[in-house]
Design a protein around this ligand. Sequence first.
Ligand SMILES: Nc1ncnc2c1ncn2[C@@H]1O[C@H](COP(=O)(O)OP(=O)(O)O)[C@@H](O)[C@H]1O
Ligand SMILES: [Mg+2]
Length: 401
Amino acid sequence: MAGREYYLMHKNVRVCLMEIDDEGRIARIRINQAEKEHIPLGGQMNSTKFHEWWRDRAIPRTRHGAGTALQKLGYPSTGSALVNNLALSLSDCYWIMPRGADLSWEEVNLFTNDFVDAFGEITINQDYRVDLRKETRFDCAASQGELQKKWCIAADGRRYMIKGNYGQSYQQSLNEVFASNLHRQQGFPNYAEYTLADVRIDGDQEGLGCLCYDFCSTGAECISAWELLQTVKIKKNESYFYPLKEVCLSMGMKESAFSSFMDYQIMTDFLITNTDRHMNNVAVMRDPDTLELKGFAPIYDSGNSMFYNISYEGLKHLNIREIKTHSFIEREIRLLQYVQDRKAVDLDKAVMDFSIYKQDVFERRIREPELQRLYELKMNLLQSFQSGKDVWKSDYIRRHT
Ligand SMILES: Nc1ncnc2c1ncn2[C@@H]1O[C@H](COP(=O)(O)OP(=O)(O)O)[C@@H](O)[C@H]1O
Ligand SMILES: [Mg+2]
């Protein structure tokens, strides 16, 4: 399978030369030793990791609507779509340049050049008609995640991402806005602000999604915690918390910056019962020119929260001390053990307006009082925690159940 030769580029830096076949598979990677600090962090340790980094860059095949979008755009696979779009993304500054082509970052990047995200459009609106006289070179940007999403350009030139929902509900989008409201009330500066957006789903039907502006640019790229973790050895079954801390500190983050962000994120995720703070939903920002770490990326992707996947009946019998998460450890309540400053969240400013959930699809509006009741139980639990109780300990749980 001899492929074509491409440079992996980091802005205008040639990081390595590699072969890529029609399906987007890479081979014969030759690193430019003079620029090896620019190798993506996720692929620095060895060649297996490098292959994984590349594979993870394509839009997941499992993304809702991906199959239809590939077919309509005439791509055999998400890998081939990636290559055809020069592997460009709106979250970092990596891309690929065919050997012999004379292209610059300034000419190709999606932060400043116009594009139409046709792939994203089709995953959100399956009836979208593709204009084959494509106006631009790009029709999809590399991005991760399972939910349908597309990138757009606002009238003022800012890039924003629209996200859809799973199934017959708008709750994930409503949750993103709910989380933004909580962070705003707290006065926390580092979160991505989500707002509701009308989307067309299944043909003519109107639906609700959400949007947020790009927090990256040609001067600031984001790197997921998952990628950072690929640079260190991790023991089997070890929590990722301390390895992640080690990597962040080794890249120059202050210990206090790590802790204050984590304290805040863990406790607010606890309040909204975000069960999906996995390592691709936490990221850091880096200067792509100096490679300097700038701190954590704004808090994003908080939609899988507020019991979104629990039935109405299930809500009534839920034990809030037994919630499972996909974060550092499985039991949500035990995540609180990582918190150093229990006062990093101000509970007086955590009283929320639940009327937003009245905008969910008709059948789900009855959930609102239950969501409020469960949120208040979480508030009480966090209050006990803040007053010094180790709420995850079994004797505490015995006395309060
Ligand atoms: N506002 C944004 N600016 C830049 N990159 C973003 C932004 N929002 C998300 N991303 C990137 O896109 C990926 C997928 O978005 P996410 O909101 O996590 O979707 P999903 O719910 O499908 O996981 C994230 O992991 C992150 O790398
Ligand atoms: Mg995500």
